[in-house]
Design a protein. Structure first.
Length: 124
């Protein structure tokens, strides 16, 4: 099994090709939906797009309520930068002012990144 320190270095190496695409965000963490948010600054968040096939699969399987929408974005945050435990009550605010609610969480300890599914809740 790889050490978390090694996985953290892997995350830094993986972000190199993305260069300027990695952005600083404000992460608003809540333990529950009604809890007061604690804000954290994350210097290396990467917003990507979901593959069209994945979106089509979710639309076909759950046509009434697909789990992944075309406007959703996967977010990668190096595990080493996260000192809290992400929840689906959290949101991420980008520099342009858009807010993204966390819909699903993967990765974390034992992985180079937290992989978060974000759904836009406020326009820029």
């Amino acid at each position: 099994m790889l050490s978390q320190r090694y996985l953290d270095r892997m995350a830094q190496t993986a972000l190199v090709p993305y260069g300027a695409r990695a952005e600083q965000v404000t992460y608003r963490h809540r333990t529950t939906v009604s809890a007061t948010a604690t804000s954290y600054t994350v210097n290396q968040a990467l917003f990507l797009t979901y593959n069209d096939r994945l979106i089509a699969l979710h639309a076909a399987v759950a046509a009434d309520r697909p789990m992944v929408l075309r406007t959703d974005r996967p977010m990668l945050i190096p595990t080493a930068l996260v000192s809290w435990t992400p929840t689906t009550a959290d949101e991420v605010v980008r520099a342009d002012g858009t807010a993204w609610r966390i819909m699903a969480i993967a990765g974390g300890p034992g992985s180079p990144f937290y992989i978060l599914q974000g759904r836009k809740t406020s326009p820029a």
